[in-house]
Design a protein around this ligand. Structure first.
Ligand SMILES: NC(=O)c1ccc[n+]([C@@H]2O[C@H](COP(=O)([O-])OP(=O)(O)OC[C@H]3O[C@@H](n4cnc5c(N)ncnc54)[C@H](O)[C@@H]3O)[C@@H](O)[C@H]2O)c1
Length: 440
């Protein structure tokens, strides 16, 4: 099948590449010329494990191409995936300008039936807006062509995106017409050979499903973070509590890790957008409002622990920071806890020496050449002469560091761990003061 993917970011590039891997012919469009030039040159604009090899393989097989030419991209695919960003607007609602611009582009150039697929995370009712935008462009061309608009939300996780896309738990298709459903069933047939993973539902339910999934996951995290803060006060250990409740099959172990707050391009904005959608319908989502504000507060927890230990004035102090990305295996720093921490440390007068295996270039892009943030070549090098180590991202390479070196490199043998990586009694035995989240 011929497929166009509009937006070649984390979702679009993975979607296009994985569909090509399954044998489809894919053309990926992006308006960012730099991104397309990198891809055409055989490079990779984002960090996503396993993706570069797959891109190269499919480009070589002539199943995957990249373009900035909108007319060519609309002409190409019978299926047009919209996978552009939906960042938060000032009021927290999803900004649909890129989605609707993509829809208009399709309407401006299409000359035959198209299945337009909303893969971006979009609020309930967006398919209607996409349909209206396409219809509007068609009528200004004096055309009345048939097309379908389908919701097909994406559930991949950055860092494991290729695996998630190739072996999805479920493929949600929100469609109100049989023709589009059958096109998408055919498109995804190779992904569901083992057992049928396709769930067909109405468009609005599909749109809401994506927000419900992310909001549920965010809720589990904020719930555990609040309990961790309580554990700190009452002398309990949140890791013991996690094992204690995770063993209940109704609860399960996943997404119960306390830490210094969730970030990334999805949870924060999707929780906010769902709250906004509800407000527009005259409803208050009280649980999610609390999830959101608990998370905002949790991103400040490490700084609170640091100032509780060193005092509010951190002038002249230098902190080693392990981890910049919002989670391991990605270079994405959108809404990352590290950003809140770095700015908090700066405000208190401190400087930061950071190390991240892949996100340092992204940090440089965000913070520029501010002398209060420097970068170390290795995790160990960041420690030299720092007042303490602060851990914000649970990269595997941070899990078993050389603790003797850590102790001798730091000015004070002190670790603030926002991801609860280490065993508290082992740290005590090693003579390292260990301040984690909700640990005894
Ligand atoms: N990143 C994730 O883990 C993830 C997971 C599931 C769903 N989503 C959702 O998928 C959508 C995309 O997210 P992302 O992280 O891939 O975003 P991204 O910012 O990485 O990529 C979006 C791309 O779209 C391009 N673009 C914008 N307008 C365009 C237009 N009119 N035509 C062509 N290209 C255009 C941008 O240049 C950019 O490269 C969002 O709605 C997001 O919520 C993201």
């Amino acid at each position: 099948m011929k497929i166009t993917v509009i937006g070649t970011g984390y979702v679009g590039l993975v979607t296009g590449t994985c569909l090509a891997e399954m044998g489809h012919e894919v053309l990926c469009l992006d308006l960012d010329e730099r991104k397309i030039a990198i891809l055409k040159d055989g490079g990779m604009p984002i960090h996503e494990p396993g993706l570069l090899d797959m891109v190269r393989r499919n480009v070589a097989a002539d199943r995957l191409r990249f373009t900035t030419d909108v007319a060519e991209s609309v002409e190409f695919g019978v299926v047009q995936f919209i996978a552009v960003g939906t960042p938060p607007d000032e009021d927290g609602s999803a900004d649909l300008q890129y989605v609707l611009a993509s829809a208009r582009n399709i309407g401006r150039h299409m000359n035959e039936y198209k299945v337009i697929v909303d893969k971006s995370t979009v609020p309930v009712g967006t398919a209607d807006k996409v349909r209206a935008a396409v219809r509007d462009e068609l009528s200004s061309r004096g055309l009345d062509l048939e097309f379908s608009v389908v919701s097909n939300p994406e559930f991949l996780k950055e860092g494991a995106a290729v695996e998630d896309f190739m072996r999805p738990d479920r493929i949600v298709i929100g469609a109100d017409d049989a023709r589009a459903t059958s096109v998408l069933r055919e498109l995804y047939a190779q992904f569901t050979r083992n057992h049928d993973r396709i769930m067909v539902m109405d468009v609005r339910s599909a749109e809401l499903t994506k927000y419900a999934a992310n909001s549920m996951l965010a809720t589990r995290i904020s719930f555990m973070n609040e309990l961790a803060n309580l554990a700190d006060k009452v002398g309990a250990d949140i890791e013991e509590v996690r094992r204690g409740i995770g063993s209940d099959t109704r609860i399960g172990y996943d997404f119960l890790y306390a830490g210094c707050g969730y970030g990334g391009s999805c949870f924060p904005k999707d929780v906010q957008a769902l709250i906004r959608t509800a407000n527009e319908s005259g409803l208050q989502l009280q649980v999610l409002q609390a999830v959101e504000s608990a998370n905002e507060a949790q991103k400040k927890v490490l700084l609170d622990k640091i100032t509780a230990r060193f005092g509010k004035d951190l002038s002249g102090r230098k902190f080693a920071l392990w981890g910049l990305a919002f989670k391991p295996n990605t270079d994405d720093m959108r809404a990352a806890s590290s950003r809140v921490l770095i700015e908090g440390l700066w405000q208190a007068g401190a400087s930061v020496v950071a190390y991240d295996p892949v996100a340092m270039a992204e940090a440089q892009r965000i913070f520029g050449d501010d002398p209060r943030l420097t970068y170390a070549k290795t995790a160990a090098a960041a420690l030299e002469g720092a007042d303490a180590l602060v851990i914000v991202t649970e990269w595997k390479e941070f899990r078993t560091p050389n603790f003797n070196l850590m102790k001798s490199s730091l000015k004070t043998p002190l670790v603030f761990d926002g991801r609860n990586l280490y065993n508290t009694s082992h740290m005590r035995e090693r003579g390292i003061e260990y301040v984690a989240i909700g640990r005894r």
